[in-house]
Design a binder for this molecule. Structure first.
Ligand code: ADP
Ligand code: MG
Length: 245
């Protein structure tokens, strides 16, 4: 049997009013694959990730997550969404809850996990992101990089099959970036299926199975990091890379 695709997007179109932001996106993501999305600001990367997570209504096209069409009317989007972890540029931890309470919240509320189990699983995840000793502090006492690692642990607490990252290190001080990227690399090595919007070309080179270059609402080029970074075929990819590398 053919391995089930984790993500399958066909001819996705999305407009805000008269502004067509996604103009026919096709993308397949295989189990355990890491796809990095790169491209200029305003090219539609964040909008695309939000569509993958069912956070945006689309105009046309098909989005399948584990074979379930997200766009179909009868689909229970909330159920599909439980399978997808999302980490944004701005970590939105709940300030009034401790770190471990932030991590436990969704499994307890959405999956009805008992608190003891959720706490034990949460502690393992905090250890995985290197922050077990911060379990009982409030987010305000953490650095940006630590907060973002908690946000990753919190997303993992729902045991998602797919993780979406939207520029998870862009808002961080440079010295914090490495720790967050290291956690993401470990996750990739452990076999998580990931779609990562990033400006960190070093990370993309090292961790991505494939790199997709987005511009003007389309994936203009997709290939292995070597293909896209070392031998870009598309004129726009070449232009973009020459500006940033
Ligand atoms: P990127 O993440 O690649 O920088 P975005 O997906 O954020 O690009 O934005 C793509 C385009 O969609 C931009 O022109 C932006 O202004 C527009 N856009 C994004 N979100 C909205 C929104 N909620 N309402 C209207 N326009 C939006
Ligand atoms: Mg964006």
């Amino acid at each position: 049997m053919k391995e089930q695709l984790k993500v399958s997007v066909k001819d996705l179109h999305k407009s805000y009013g008269a502004n067509e932001v996604l103009s026919g996106i096709d993308l397949e993501v295989f189990p355990k694959e890491v796809v990095c999305l790169i491209g200029p600001s305003g090219s539609g990367k964040s909008t695309f990730l939000r569509c993958l997570n069912g956070l945006e209504a689309v105009n046309s096209g098909v989005i399948e997550i584990n074979g379930v069409n997200l766009v179909a009317k009868h689909t229970d989007i909330n159920k599909v969404r439980q399978n997808i972890g999302m980490v944004f540029q701005h970590f939105n931890l709940f300030p009034h809850l401790t770190v471990i309470e932030n991590v436990m919240l969704a499994p307890v509320q959405l999956k009805k996990m008992d608190k003891q189990t959720a706490r034990e699983k949460g502690m393992k995840l905090l250890a995985q992101v290197g922050l077990a000793e911060k379990a009982d502090v409030k987010p305000a006492s953490l650095s940006g990089g630590q907060e973002q690692r908690v946000a990753i642990a919190r997303a993992l607490a729902m045991e998602p099959e797919i993780m979406l990252f939207d520029e998870p290190t862009s808002a961080l001080d440079p010295e914090m970036v490495g720790d967050v990227l290291a956690v993401m690399k470990d996750l990739a090595k452990a076999g998580m299926t990931m779609v990562v919007v990033t400006h960190e070309m070093g990370f993309a080179k090292e961790a991505a199975d494939r790199v997709a270059f987005m511009d003007s609402g389309k994936i203009q080029e997709i290939g292995t990091p070597e293909e896209v970074f070392d031998h870009p075929k598309n004129e726009r990819t070449r232009g973009f890379l020459s500006k940033i590398m």
